[in-house]
Design a protein around this ligand. Structure first.
Ligand code: AMP
Ligand code: ZN
Length: 467
């Protein structure tokens, strides 16, 4: 298995710390709002990594945090607490907000067929672990208290910024404005806040430094080390985490332990929209629900993500999503036909099918080259290979693609929808024939509301259950 390691800026052979096992930590969502489809692209990449490692024979311990406290709107310890801000704006409690958006995130994961990480941990359940880690840093001389907050001093270590390859001399020469006058170095960061901007801050805990709440970065160090130990294999996130969040995670973790913390740093590139990086604060904010309301299946979006390599930027457009949808649908049609032809996948597929399965695995094990892996699937489908072998190869590939191809019904096996829906479908066909497209669209919308998607196939329109 080969993986690009941001730390070395090169593709490396993956060698686990412990034979046959992988320990992997992924920064999870900040639950003050819905995840946008850019965030979801990052979780799909992490899911592909998880599945590919499993396929390569590793037993994977995958940990993901839920940030429900301490993430400020600015990365430099400035701005407001995202959770508190959302609570104030909506008149709900922070705990309600956290629960609501955590559930929404889990539901998106389920729709996208993302395997739930084995350990999902909430920041608010681990405050004592964070306090213990801050104490350890304090004992090691890496902290100072100023203006009521506890800061990590980046000058207490000699390799701050190694992941992002920050040039600290540039920073010192005054190119940056010091936002927080309590900081000795502009890149120092808060470990513990007691000095809240909000008198009525809801989430506060007692600590040796006073009642307050943790900085954002400390949670990932504390929780990953709790569940994976002080030296583990892989840490993932989106590329925006490199210069601040992951840089600070490394600084405090390695300052506390005195040794290397993580062996492989894997980062997913951005999803872009017309105005650039999709983000919660600017431009168009697209969620999975918006796509579903427009009649797309969540798996159309998953397929769309598979068409781009995780380390390349991916430009979202409805046109591109339409292409992904028709590709996925024709894949579903092909699988459906194959299921009619062959009662079951073959237990031991022949040479030809096996060749494609191996090529697929090689592509995925070569730094998760999903576009190349997908093309192996399409090439295989065009080949003259027995249906049972093709099915076996498809199922094999789909354990990584995650497109739920094993759930596809055999062609002609079952009518989906009841009598009412069948009647509406016939009415729609008649409306289309009469060129009454307005009525045809109304019926499509009505069926969607009833939970069915109308799909026009060469054999005529059929209904698909909306997932
Ligand atoms: P957040 O919930 O804001 O902490 O972000 C969750 C994850 O999504 C992080 O790993 C981010 O790096 C990642 N992310 C944020 N914006 C994008 C984007 N436009 N495309 C892909 N990933 C993103
Ligand atoms: Zn993190």
């Amino acid at each position: 298995m080969k993986l690009y390691n941001t730390m070395s800026r090169s593709i490396e052979e993956f060698v686990p710390i412990e034979n046959g096992k992988v320990s992997m930590y992924c920064c999870g969502p900040t639950v003050y709002n819905y995840a946008h489809i850019g965030n979801l692209r990052t979780y799909i990449f992490e899911d592909l990594l998880h599945r590919t490692l499993q396929r390569a024979g590793y037993s994977v311990t995958h940990v993901m945090n839920i940030t429900d406290v301490g993430h400020l709107t600015g990365d430099g310890d400035d701005g407001e607490d995202k959770m508190e801000k959302s609570a104030r704006e909506t008149g709900r409690s922070v705990w309600d907000i956290a629960k609501f958006y955590t559930d929404a995130f889990f539901s998106d994961e389920k729709d996208l067929n993302i395997i739930r990480p084995g350990i999902v941990c909430r920041a608010t359940d681990h405050i004592q672990d964070m306090i213990a880690l801050i104490k350890r840093l304090e004992e090691g001389g890496h902290t100072y208290t100023s203006g009521g907050n506890v800061y990590f001093s980046i000058d207490s270590i000699d390799d701050y910024g190694k992941l992002a390859r920050l040039n600290l001399d540039d920073l010192k020469s005054g190119a940056r404005i010091v936002v927080d006058s309590n900081k000795k170095n502009p890149k120092d960061f808060v470990l513990w806040f007691t000095n809240s901007k909000f008198k009525d801050q809801a989430m506060m805990w007692d600590s040796p430094w006073g009642r307050g709440y943790p900085g954002w970065h400390i949670e990932c160090s504390a929780m990953s080390m709790k569940y994976l130990g002080e030296h583990f294999d892989i840490h993932c996130g989106g590329i925006d985490a490199i210069p601040v969040h992951h840089t600070n995670e490394i600084a405090q973790s390695e300052a506390a332990t005195g040794h290397t913390w993580v062996n492989y740093w894997c980062h997913g590139e951005f999803l872009l929209n017309d105005s650039g990086k999709m983000s919660k604060s600017s431009g168009e904010f697209l969620t999975l629900s918006v796509l579903k309301d427009k009649g797309y299946d969540a798996l159309d979006y998953r397929y769309f993500c598979l068409t781009g390599h995780y380390r390349s930027q991916l430009k979202f457009s409805y046109e591109a999503l339409d292409h992904a949808r028709s590709a996925r649908r024709s894949l579903v049609d092909k699988v459906s036909e194959l299921k009619r032809e062959a009662a079951a996948p073959s237990a031991a597929p022949g040479e030809k099918a096996k060749g494609y399965m191996d090529a697929f695995d090689s592509a995925m094990e070569n730094d998760l080259s999903s576009p190349q892996a997908l093309s192996q699937l399409w090439l295989m489908l065009k080949e003259d290979i027995p249906a049972a072998d093709k099915l076996a190869a498809i199922y094999h590939m789909d354990t990584i693609l995650g497109l739920r191809l094993d759930e596809v019904e055999a062609a002609g096996s079952e009518r989906i929808g009841g009598e009412d829906e069948e009647r509406l479908l016939e009415e729609r066909t008649a409306a289309k024939k009469a060129k009454d497209y307005k009525r045809a669209d109304e019926i499509r919308a009505e069926l969607l509301e009833r939970g069915f998607i109308v799909r026009d196939t060469p054999a005529g329109p059929i209904l698909e259950r909306r997932v």
